[in-house]
Design a protein around this ligand. Structure first.
Ligand code: NAD
Length: 354
């Protein structure tokens, strides 16, 4: 039976960038002889327009059945009324919950061809290859909340089980990379962080003695990410710290449009999406950068389907296309003409090995 990939293009630039990812998947499938069935579904604003729900039953069934999901983006001004009964973002939260994903992975690599797109100096960008592993289900975003006219409370809570599974995942990834994990917390102030640190120390001492463990406070980590990014291998951290640090780390690579992400569950099933949103300001113009989505497809092939070789082929093709000077507007050099979304797709297809 062919592997089933659910494709949820969503809103804004989602359909444009997903189309290019699908062309790349078709090409590597034809070249390698691997069979992939791709089935499309609705999510977000597009689903609200068609069905009144942001995560309709058909999409839920697809998420249950599929081996992995590739998503474009959701949201946009058409559905942004805060009083609306259904919002596109709820579709994404429901999808994550239905898939049971608890780890968000963001690889951040720098490439000489894109140094000029980053606000940082080139010497700070050399040899950066980081995998940020962010806990996705606990912490302050999901704790009890209270609010009255003059005060508000957000509870930050973590359990041993939540910490253990994410820290172990980081250790496992480090073993297949450069063998180092940096655990980021705020153990000088927060009890959740003290629990996080003691469990991490315990697990690494007993089960990951072959992996180097470094521990950093989140404020220091924010600084070190800019001053010595190349020293990091795997970074593991809780939900809110990860949310903030991953956006900071994205600036090392230059453009939002280049970066992929993966959200994994216990079976390594996953949801794959570029880190950017639906970019309503450029939607429908055919100028969005499809690289983040195509690189998300590569992560899908690697993490959920075990197709490391195909993943590498795609990553190399994206790199080669960019290095050869093919650039959408967000990564173009000053004065360089920008190419369209489909022309970027063409360049990546042409860079695949024959
Ligand atoms: P955004 O990431 O959509 O856009 C920020 C800026 O980056 C815009 O100028 C946009 O044109 C540019 N940009 C983003 N992706 C690009 C690409 N691939 N190529 C070229 N340029 C690109 O963030 P925003 O404007 O804050 O949010 C827009 C909508 O997206 C909102 O409705 C928001 O809720 C939603 N959103 C969705 C997700 C998601 O689906 N996971 C994530 C973030 C934001």
């Amino acid at each position: 039976m062919a592997t089933l990939i659910g494709l949820l293009p969503g809103d804004g630039i989602g359909p444009e960038i997903c189309r290019e990812a699908q062309r790349v998947l078709n090409a590597v499938s034809a070249q390698s002889g691997r069979q992939f069935e791709v089935r499309e579904g609705l999510i977000g604003g597009a689903a609200i327009d068609a069905t009144g729900e942001a995560f309709p039953a058909d999409t839920r069934a697809l998420a249950n059945e599929a081996d992995a999901i590739l998503l474009g983006a959701v949201g946009g001004p058409k559905w942004s009324n805060p009083e609306a009964a259904v919002r596109p973002e709820q579709g994404l939260l429901d999808l994550r919950a239905a898939m049971g994903v608890y780890a968000n992975l963001r690889p951040v690599r720098t490439h000489a061809a894109l140094y000029s797109a980053s606000p940082l100096k080139a010497e700070r960008l050399k040899d950066v290859d980081i995998l940020v592993v962010r806990e996705l289900t606990g912490g302050i975003y999901f704790g009890d909340k209270q609010r009255d006219a003059d005060s508000a409370t957000d509870v930050c809570r973590y359990t041993r089980a939540e910490i253990e599974r994410i820290v172990r995942m980081a250790g496992d990834f480090a073993r297949s990379r450069r063998g180092k994990v940096t655990s980021v917390d705020k153990a000088n102030v927060l009890d959740t962080s003290r629990l996080w640190r003691s469990i991490t120390d315990e697990i690494f001492a007993s089960d990951y003695a072959d992996v180097e463990l470094e521990t950093l406070l989140v404020d220091a980590a924010a600084m070190h990410l800019l001053s010595r990014a190349a020293d990091f291998d795997v970074i593991v951290t809780e939900n809110m710290f990860g949310d903030i640090l991953t956006d900071e780390a994205s600036m090392l690579s230059g453009s939002l449009g280049m970066l992929p992400s993966a959200s994994l569950n216990a079976d390594r099933g996953g949801l794959y999406e570029p880190i950017h949103g639906s970019a309503p300001d450029i939607a429908g113009q055919g100028i969005a950068n499809p690289c983040g989505t195509i690189l998300s497809l590569a992560l899908l092939l690697r993490f959920s389907l075990g197709e490391d070789e195909l993943a590498e082929t795609i990553e190399q093709a994206v790199l080669n296309a960019v290095a050869a000077g093919h650039r959408t507007g967000d990564i173009a050099e000053p004065g360089q003409p920008a190419i369209s979304t489909s022309a970027m797709g063409d360049a990546i297809l042409a860079a695949l090995p024959a």
